[in-house]
Design a protein around this ligand. Sequence first.
Ligand code: SF4
Length: 184
Amino acid sequence: MLLDRIDNFDIFRPKMDSSKEVLHAIATLETDISPSFPYVNAELGGWDYDQANQVLLLKLSNGKWITLHPHKIAIRGARDIEECHVLLGWIKRQINEIYDHRNHITPRYVSQAGLKIMEILKLLPMTNCKLCGYATCMAYAAALREGEISLNDCPPLGEEKFQEKREKLRAYLESYGWRALDDE
Ligand code: SF4
């Protein structure tokens, strides 16, 4: 087990906007968890991975984020104290399970932040039909990059004539570790 002990866990309300009904939390660790980062990035689809500075940013649903540093886990946007503890327990389990199985995981050093909206757009039907609920294919491409929606939310992409584009788009997204936020 890589991460056995949490040395300290501070939960606080963000100072910049105390009106927000969310909590932030920081766990400090004696153990250096950075050896797990390329594997966690591969398995959980990190939003941004700064390998030089060993910072891995994970975007969760409903505006929550977890940032991993070598000796720190920062949680942003939890709704209450209980959720802070749940999220810390979840990421601790993920780090340990993924690291234990690292020999079966291909490490990934790129992340979703590298996805380019224009590259996604090129692989969409580009009819601006609005069936996805967005006014334009560009708006859909931006939401897709953020992981807020899935490929199934563009009905025309399911049509036979767009199969090749759909497969290319899927491959492009997956090469950056993309996943929809509701896949958690
Ligand atoms: S449903 Fe697909 S083709 Fe239509 S606007 Fe949305 S992304 Fe474009």
